[in-house]
Design a protein around this ligand. Structure first.
Ligand code: COA
Length: 249
């Protein structure tokens, strides 16, 4: 696999790092595939007790690759590796810690709803500009976000596309800790090690109880995926993708 996703185990902590910095870690199908594989291998390895998701200083993840959105719009809206990743994320049983070193857009934000402990840089911004792109919320966020932050804040984030500062994200219950950008990885790793040092059986049961019914989340992901696929092929979405890809900076 390409080096656009780096996977490294340090004791009981598996690090999955998005590493396509020149595109602000926008996710491609091979990247989703690599992340799904990394989650699957962790699931099968009892030595791994916690997983840390990270990006880079300044950019956690700029969302799905918009060039690929346009391609898949033209070929029927199928994004199979994205769907596999979302299922793997929702069904993952190991604690997930995220190190958000900077901007988190689209799935960069919605994947945080599947994480158990989120450390963000003070300068990080979370945003889901789905509507502006003619799209709808994904990754189970239409179910998980209102539960987490209430309808009012979920609507402003997911539907109006209003960004959240790190502080607002913490107030909304999406972020645990805000630290200096240079310390994000270190603090997240410490949290991951703290979780990994606890009895894994107790952690697994407690986590499952807190997260609630997984099938509901997977079902919502599938409903969103079907609607997202339709939206991808809409004139609104195609025009928004083309505008992004041809913008002058
Ligand atoms: N898909 C494809 N390419 C993307 C991308 C995405 N989601 N996000 C960023 N990029 C690319 C840019 O096109 C640019 O490529 P180039 O250097 O070849 O022109 C490069 O990454 C750097 O991005 P740039 O826009 O110059 O950085 P910035 O700091 O000014 O802005 C963002 C960063 C994330 C705010 C801006 O790139 C953006 O709005 N991206 C789209 C995010 C998005 O809508 N994601 C989908 C959500 S569903």
């Amino acid at each position: 696999m390409s080096d656009q996703v780096l996977v490294a185990d340090d004791g009981a902590v598996r690090l999955i790092r998005m590493n396509r910095l020149e595109k602000k870690n926008a996710l491609t199908q091979p990247m989703y595939e690599a992340m799904t594989r990394a989650l699957g291998e962790a699931a099968d390895n009892d030595a791994i007790r916690c997983i840390m998701l990270a990006g880079a200083p300044g950019a956690f993840c700029a969302g799905a690759d918009i060039g690929e959105f346009l391609e898949s719009a033209q070929s029927g809206g199928l994004r199979p590796k994205t769907v596999e990743f979302l299922h793997a994320l929702a069904r993952n049983q190991k604690p997930l810690v995220a190190a958000v070193g900077g901007l988190a857009v689209g799935i960069g934000t919605t994947m945080l709803l599947h994480c158990d402990y989120v450390v963000a840089a003070a300068t990080a911004t979370l945003a889901t500009p789905f509507s502006r792109l003619g799209l709808i919320p994904e990754a189970g966020s239409s179910l998980l976000a209102p539960k987490r932050m209430g309808h009012a804040r979920a609507f402003a984030l997911l539907v109006m596309g209003r960004p959240l500062s790190a502080e607002a994200a913490r107030e909304a219950g999406l972020v645990n800790e805000i630290v200096d950008a240079a310390l994000v990885d270190q603090v997240a790793r410490k949290a991951a090690q703290e979780i990994a040092a606890l009895p894994p059986g107790a952690i697994a049961v407690s986590r499952a109880l807190i997260r609630g019914e997984l099938d509901d989340v997977v079902k919502r992901i599938d409903t969103e995926t079907m609607l997202f696929r339709e939206r991808l092929q809409s004139d609104e979405a195609r025009a928004a993708f083309a505008a992004f890809l041809s913008r002058k900076k």
